[in-house]
Design a protein around this ligand. Structure first.
Ligand code: MG
Length: 322
């Protein structure tokens, strides 16, 4: 049985490695990656950053973890940490912000104008369902898991800091059910268990139908599917910045591969929003295969990995204190 610290590092570093693998080819079309696929950690490309540089996905996750590591939730402090990332380059691999989504940027501005209402910063309209809360939800999922409060309301609020529409909140909730099931039992069957729990939990919401393809055709959960094999092929899968695309693609990559490395490379090579798809897939793959399965060469190239590991260790110590 692995320790809390090991599990937290598995998820946080799995996510960061996926992010860093995708950064150099973010926005690259699938057709281009089909000809020249990513096979290893690379530098430069889209943002001209050296190899191992992770982006906003990991920055926002670290900003959240830096607050949550105290063992309590302080929404204002978390939004304040996001603002420090934007204005001071804190929680970045090189001290400079190079990637930020429009919805997140606007939510952080809203917080600075109305700091008393952090949970009202994320827009609630249907067109604000980018993957910007899903890409940074894992520290909240980990906190809820280890602090004994497996509470989806906390996850929904965490999404609403930047993405308040129910679809984004449920996407973060589904991811969290899958992650919790993987932390309980690191097997592929647990992915299906987590999806089935999410399906049951959100059954009364009309919005749950948005995720039917994930539950039934990708997840093959027993109450909806018959034959148990993933029935969505790669050409039917999108890998853009829409939250539903990212969640579907991440779970699909997890279920159709058999190693950490294969999962995150498959996610990157779907193209378009490569860093976020691979980051979300990488967090789940970290939970499934464990820290030791992340290639040592990738971990050693990851920028600021010592600081990430230190934050994880501090969180583990605080969260598991009797
Ligand atoms: Mg990014």
């Amino acid at each position: 049985m692995h320790t809390a610290e090991y599990k937290i590092k598995s998820v946080m570093l799995g996510h960061a490695v996926g992010d860093a693998l995708g950064v150099p080819v973010e926005f690259t079309p699938r057709t281009v990656l089909d000809r020249t696929p990513v096979t290893d950690m690379m530098g430069y490309g889209t943002y001209n950053m050296p190899a191992g540089c992770w982006s906003d996905d990991t920055s926002m996750a670290l900003a959240a973890l830096d607050s949550l590591k105290a063992g309590k939730v302080d929404w204002g402090q978390i939004m304040g940490n996001f603002a420090q990332w934007v204005h001071a380059g804190r929680y970045t691999p090189t001290g400079v912000l190079f990637d930020i989504g429009g919805i997140c940027r606007d939510a952080i501005r809203r917080f600075e104008a109305y700091p008393a209402a952090p949970l009202q910063c994320g827009p609630t309209d249907e067109y604000s369902n980018g993957n910007g809360s899903l890409m940074r939800i894992h520290p909240f999922s980990l906190y809820a898991y280890f602090c004994g409060t497996r509470d989806t309301a906390l996850i929904h609020d965490a999404s609403a800091l930047t993405h308040g529409h129910l679809r984004s909140r449920i996407a973060c909730g589904i991811y969290t059910f899958v992650l919790w099931a993987l932390l309980d039992s690191p097997t592929k069957a647990a992915v299906q268990t987590g999806l089935a729990q999410a399906y049951g939990h959100y059954k009364t919401y009309d919005e749950n139908r948005t995720f039917l393809r994930l539950y039934r055709d990708i997840g093959q959960i027993p109450c909806l599917a018959e034959d148990g094999t993933v029935s969505v092929d790669r050409s039917a899968l999108r890998s853009d910045g829409y939250v539903v695309s990212t969640l579907e693609a991440a779970v699909w990559c997890l279920l159709t591969t058999d190693s950490f490395e294969a999962c995150v490379l498959k996610a990157v090579n779907l193209g378009e929003d490569t860093d976020t798809t691979a980051a979300v897939a990488g967090g789940l793959a970290g939970a499934l295969y464990g820290l030791s399965a992340i290639p040592a060469d990738w971990r050693s190239q990851l920028k600021e990995s010592t600081s990430i590991e230190s934050l994880c260790a501090q969180a583990a110590a605080a969260w598991t204190k009797a």
